[in-house]
Design a protein around this ligand. Structure first.
Ligand SMILES: O=P(O)(O)OP(=O)(O)OP(=O)(O)OC[C@H]1O[C@@H](n2cnc3c(O)ncnc32)[C@H](O)[C@@H]1O
Ligand SMILES: [Ca+2]
Length: 496
């Protein structure tokens, strides 16, 4: 080995601290880089937000509590139902004659909501009340009473520590649209290219049908346009007031009472079923056409005969198929394009079809099973289902027949299209219904454009940062070795 010239040796001596300094600087830099990346991207402790929606239906009121992670509120599918409470008693429209009590009827469920939502979130939790067909009917009958009922519930809700956001009657169009948004949001159908699902809702006083139609929606009142998460949707919707299952029963009974006989043989009720009913209950409804003549007697006796075929022909009479001024109609002169795609059928569609065990039957099978069920003697039925309230039990034969007639004859779900209907109550733990869609819309949680997603998941981002930092360190060390030629660098030790 040749001796190094003296000058070179001196130069290398001052190199040592410089190299150490640079190396320390690089190491500190890398540590800072990695730490920043980790701290910056560390999953923050989840902060939840809450929302309350009261569904003031014709038959009853339900209170729903929703929850979502605050930082992800614009992502589809993040909001979920955490709690629901059924208000005891009937719907708010039944308080027309004692309006002061309407608000108080909500107390138990609202107190429960107070306990379910963390106290520190109360003041920022919005509360919405939406009333549907029962209140729409009361509004027609007696506007003052309907306003009084609404102000009674509004005043009561204002007394809670939540953020009161209004109590109003929603339109049938809104009810259909928000039901459609709910089922598709919960099914995560607004993602990219997934096709949407139609929504079928059967209440006590109205029923809604909503679906995406490729065919032009001829009537403007049935046409909705949405841009959600970057996609455009042309949606058909219609709400039939008076065609919920309770009002449909009244319409059917009123038709049958036209014979003038106080003894009504009704094929929609089980053989052996007998009940004294009030004429006023039937004809007092604003749904019962004034063109029908009202019997002079106060009560009539309903005798069940249990014949689903006859029941079906009675039920069909409440639909008017004779006039249509559009290209095609469902019934009562209402425009409807042919049904398209899959459908989710919820509320009473589910309660009834689930009870009758028809949720996965074909149309023909459903008709057959229903005939058998309706023909069962009432005593036998009562014995077999002693846990079910008589009010519901007595009406399943009628309700099942009505549902089949509405879907097949009303909306034209043929045997092959029948398979596209899924009877459901919940989707991933949240109830199907208009309430979630209503809240998502009012809190601006459904953006028109898709939110920017981070290009990498958190773990991937950190891994890449660490890998690149190490690579950078190795390169810099190598560079340092080349430049300063220290003996610590393996190859250089022998070269120099
Ligand atoms: O939409 P609107 O028309 O305002 O009415 P609603 O919201 O009160 O209607 P629901 O979906 O709550 O209920 C629809 C109907 O189903 C009935 N119902 C509820 N639970 C039921 C069950 O378990 N079995 C049978 N019927 C049921 C209820 O009495 C109504 O007649
Ligand atoms: Ca409803």
């Amino acid at each position: 080995m040749m001796a190094e010239p003296r000058e070179m040796k001196e130069n290398k001596l001052w190199h040592r601290p410089l190299i150490i300094f640079i190396t320390v600087l690089i190491v500190v830099g890398i540590i800072a880089l990695v730490t920043t990346a980790v701290v910056q991207n560390k999953a923050l402790p989840k902060k939840y937000k809450y929302g309350i929606v009261l569904d003031a239906g014709s038959s009853h009121t339900a209170v729903y509590i929703y929850e979502w992670p605050a930082e992800k509120e614009n992502n589809t599918g993040m909001v979920r139902q955490t709690h629901s409470c059924n208000v005891k008693g009937k719907g708010i429209s039944s308080y027309a004659a004692r309006v002061k009590e309407a608000g108080m009827s909500l107390k138990a469920c609202m107190d429960e909501a107070k306990g379910k939502i963390p106290v520190r979130r109360h003041h920022e939790t919005p509360v919405y009340l939406g009333a549907t067909a029962g209140m729409r009917l009361l509004m027609k009958e007696n506007e003052t009473q309907s306003e009084q009922v609404l102000s009674s519930v509004a005043d009561f809700l204002r007394g809670y520590p939540f953020m009161y956001e209004g109590a109003r009657i929603i339109t049938g169009q809104e009810e259909g649209a928000y039901g459609w948004i709910t089922v598709n949001y919960l099914s995560k159908n607004f993602h990219q290219e997934r096709s949407t699902m139609g929504a079928l809702d059967l209440g006590g006083a109205s029923t809604q049908i909503t679906f995406v139609s490729q065919l032009r929606v001829e009537s403007p009142e049935n046409s909705l346009h949405f841009r959600l998460y970057g996609n455009d949707y042309q949606v058909y919707t219609h709400s039939f007031l008076c065609y919920g299952k309770d009002q449909a029963l009244r319409l059917t009974l009123a038709q049958q009472l036209q014979t003038g006989d106080r003894h009504l043989s009704d094929p929609c009720f089980h053989p052996g079923y007998q009940q004294e009913k009030s004429v006023d209950r039937v004809f007092g409804s604003p749904c019962v056409s004034t063109s029908l003549s009202r019997p002079t007697y106060a009560n009539f006796t309903l005798n069940g005969t249990g014949n689903a075929k006859l029941c079906q022909s009675n039920v069909k009479r409440i639909f008017n198929f004779s006039s249509c001024t559009w290209g095609r109609c469902s019934f009562n002169g209402v425009f409807q394009p042919p049904v398209e795609g899959k459908f989710g059928a919820f509320s009473a569609f589910f309660f009834v079809m689930n009870f009758l065990n028809l949720t996965s039957s074909s149309l023909d099978e459903s008709k057959e099973k229903l005939e058998q069920y309706c023909s069962k003697p009432w005593d036998e039925v009562k014995q077999s289902y002693s846990a079910i309230p008589e009010k519901y039990l007595a009406e399943y034969c009628f309700s099942g027949t009505y549902i089949l007639a509405l879907l097949e004859n009303g909306y034209s779900f043929t045997s092959d299209k029948w398979r596209d209907i899924k009877f459901l109550k919940k989707i991933g733990g949240s109830d199907a219904g208009w309430t979630l869609g209503y809240m998502l819309n009012l809190t601006n949680m459904i953006p028109a454009e898709a939110p920017d997603a981070p290009p990498l998941p958190h773990s991937g981002y950190v891994s890449i940062m660490v890998l690149f930092s190490l690579l950078l360190a190795a390169l810099l060390l190598l560079l340092a070795c080349k430049v300063f030629g220290r003996p610590t660098c393996a190859q250089n030790k022998y070269v120099i």
